[in-house]
Design a protein around this ligand. Structure first.
Ligand SMILES: NC(=O)c1ccc[n+]([C@@H]2O[C@H](COP(=O)([O-])OP(=O)(O)OC[C@H]3O[C@@H](n4cnc5c(N)ncnc54)[C@H](O)[C@@H]3O)[C@@H](O)[C@H]2O)c1
Length: 259
């Protein structure tokens, strides 16, 4: 994470929640929020990964606490937000990032179970998180939400029907909610990462150098992105510098979608 002087410490005394913060993009964003002064709620279904992120933030001199949550369970999401508010009294920024890639297969060979689980984690969970977050933000009269979509929210990808449908739908949800709450000082945006080098991508490429090179070559910049490059964009969206930005997506993809 680069320490941009324009927003150095600009999240001081603010509360940021990151779901799926036990790995990859979520971890990098939680660390970035903490480096810029926020108290961070690190949430994940994977307790070990979540605790590791908290340790990384504390070693770095930041403030964080882990609250476990399977975001596909709306009862657990309610607890997560209630716990955040009972601990910190408010919620300023939420990055709804937790997601799964599902099991790639052409549609006729894919399972109903894969469809249901991918939609539950990548889409229905974003709805559940937003609902609870917005209730808090309405009470306090402000807030920022960033939802994690993908370049698969803009383009089709072979063998990724459920994932692609879930990420397209996240953009629709983001836009509609942004309109609903624009006059309530709640900004709601999405981020569309390209191929970012995280454990999720390692699972898809099996770390085969040839497959990795093919993925990198999909971007005109001929490389994968780093999780920190997504974190930078999420923090910008939550920054006062983005005060007039709502209901849109930022694509961070090395030029992939420009082709
Ligand atoms: N890496 C990429 O190339 C890429 C590209 C576009 C979009 N994305 C999106 O970025 C987000 C983060 O992906 P990543 O690459 O960091 O993946 P990752 O697998 O490294 O991290 C995802 C995290 O989400 C958590 N998670 C999964 N299911 C959960 C659930 N039900 N409840 C709570 N937490 C859960 C995992 O435990 C993990 O810690 C995802 O939404 C993904 O779809 C990733």
């Amino acid at each position: 994470m680069t320490n941009h002087p324009t927003f150095q410490r600009s999240f001081q005394n603010q509360i940021a929640l990151v779901t799926g913060a036990g790995s990859g993009i979520g971890r990098a964003t939680a660390i970035a929020f903490a480096r810029h002064g926020a108290n961070v709620v690190v949430s994940d279904v994977n307790e070990r990964g979540g605790h590791e992120t908290v340790e990384m933030i504390r070693r770095d001199g930041g403030e964080a606490r882990f609250i476990g949550c399977d975001v596909s369970r709306s009862d657990q999401v309610k607890n997560l937000i209630a716990n955040t508010v009972s601990t910190y009294g408010r919620l300023d920024h939420a990055f709804n990032n937790a997601g799964i890639e599902g099991t790639p297969a052409p549609l006729h060979e894919s399972t109903d179970e894969n469809w249901k689980r991918t939609i539950a984690v990548n889409l229905s969970a974003v709805y559940s998180c937003m609902k609870e977050e917005i209730l808090v933000m309405l009470r306090q009269g402000s807030g920022n939400i960033v939802n994690c979509s993908s370049i698969a929210g803009i383009r089709g990808f072979p063998g990724m029907g459920a994932y692609t449908a879930s990420k397209h739908a996240v953009l629709g949800l983001t836009k509609s909610a942004a309109i609903d709450y624009a006059s309530s000082k709640i900004r709601i945006n999405a981020i569309c990462p390209g191929v970012i080098h995280t454990p999720m991508v390692d699972r898809v490429t099996h770390q085969d150098p040839k497959v990795e090179a093919d993925y990198a070559a999909g971007a005109p910049m001929n490389r994968m992105g780093n999780p920190e490059e997504i974190a930078d964009a999420v923090l910008w969206l939550c920054n006062p510098g983005a005060a007039f930005v709502t209901g849109t997506e930022i694509v961070v993809d090395g030029g992939w979608c420009a082709k």
